[in-house]
Write a protein that binds this ligand. Structure first.
Ligand SMILES: NC(=O)c1ccc[n+]([C@@H]2O[C@H](COP(=O)([O-])OP(=O)(O)OC[C@H]3O[C@@H](n4cnc5c(N)ncnc54)[C@H](OP(=O)(O)O)[C@@H]3O)[C@@H](O)[C@H]2O)c1
Length: 279
């Protein structure tokens, strides 16, 4: 299967490329998805059967400060990719987010629960979802959350580096979701696109946890069980973006296809083992 991956140098893109080295990976430096003509030309020339669209503006605070830029990259950029797929009849796998849900309900979200984004990042990704549904019949929409990737710039790395620098840590207790290891997600995505069962999927590691408890588990796994973390609530954390309170995702439909990611604690252990011991 000929696969093209946008955002190939991002956390998820790299994990996909490691599993599928023969894929045509395109980094931001090679292709800006907001350039419609370049996207059409690039995807047209590569003639993939499936495009996995990972490129996105993922800095949620920047999206909150620059909502039109979030829409330009995450929605208009996705429209460019979707139109290019439409022209050549390629399937499109769009990576979306738990932040399409506002998290106010307090119970896990299923694939077909109605989204209601609470912030500009979630809104821009939700618009991207709708564009994909409208333009490309052969699509997979894969929502995931709290991705941690090797050499990434995610929550996990921030917690570890702040602790290593001896900086004070305050982490919220009232933001809950499912941490997801990029390697497990990549495996799940590749299994999914082999099925040709187009539709909307949730793919996360199993189990939901608060940011605070996740930070604690991260430092425990890195051998810093005594490092203090002050529990706070979102109202005490001054940041531009408003994350959903409880946005755990039920992975119903992937499970029905036999695709299930392991528990997040086992995934964290595997991540740390590879980081520390290189296994
Ligand atoms: N990380 C998470 O926790 C998380 C959670 C839920 C869903 N997702 C979704 O998963 C997908 C992959 O995310 P990730 O974790 O791999 O994020 P990432 O590490 O930030 O990767 C995103 C990639 O997109 C590239 N990019 C940004 N603007 C672009 C543009 N205009 N044209 C082309 N490429 C552009 C970035 O390049 P530069 O850095 O060089 O700009 C980066 O390499 C995204 O669609 C994201 O919305 C992520």
């Amino acid at each position: 299967m000929r696969v093209l991956i946008t955002g190939a140098s991002g956390g998820v893109g790299r994990a996909l490329m490691a599993r599928l080295p023969e894929a045509h990976g395109v980094a931001h430096s090679q292709l800006d998805v907001t350039d419609g003509q370049a996207v059409a030309q690039h995807i047209g020339a590569a003639a993939p059967q499936v495009v996995i669209h990972c490129a996105a503006l993922t800095d949620v605070d920047r999206c909150a400060q620059q909502p039109s830029e979030a829409l330009r990259v995450n929605a208009f950029g996705t429209q460019n990719v979707a139109l290019a797929c439409q022209r050549i009849g390629a399937a499109l796998c769009y990576i979306s987010t738990n932040e399409v849900f506002d998290g106010e309900r307090g119970t896990p979200y299923g694939e077909y629960d109605p989204p209601q984004p609470a912030n500009p990042y979630g809104y821009s990704k939700y618009v991207g979802e709708q564009i994909v549904r409208q333009l490309v019949p052969k699509h997979y929409i894969v929502r995931t959350s709290w991705v941690f990737a090797h050499n990434g710039r995610n929550f996990l790395q921030r917690i570890v580096s702040l602790a290593r620098e001896g900086k004070p840590l305050s982490v919220v207790t009232d933001e809950v979701a499912c941490p997801t290891y990029a390697e497990d997600l990549a495996e799940g995505i590749l299994a999914l696109i082999a099925t040709e069962r187009y539709g909307t999927y949730h793919l996360t590691n199993q189990g939901a946890v608060s940011r605070y408890a996740f930070a604690r588990a991260i430092l425990d796994a890195y051998g810093m069980p005594e490092y203090p973390i002050t529990p706070i609530v979102k109202a005490q954390f001054n940041r531009p973006s408003r994350p959903p309170t409880y946005s755990a995702l039920q992975n119903n439909f992937a499970a029905l296809l036999g695709i299930a990611l392991r528990d997040w604690r086992a995934a964290l252990d595997a991540f740390v083992a590879r980081e520390i011991q290189g296994v």
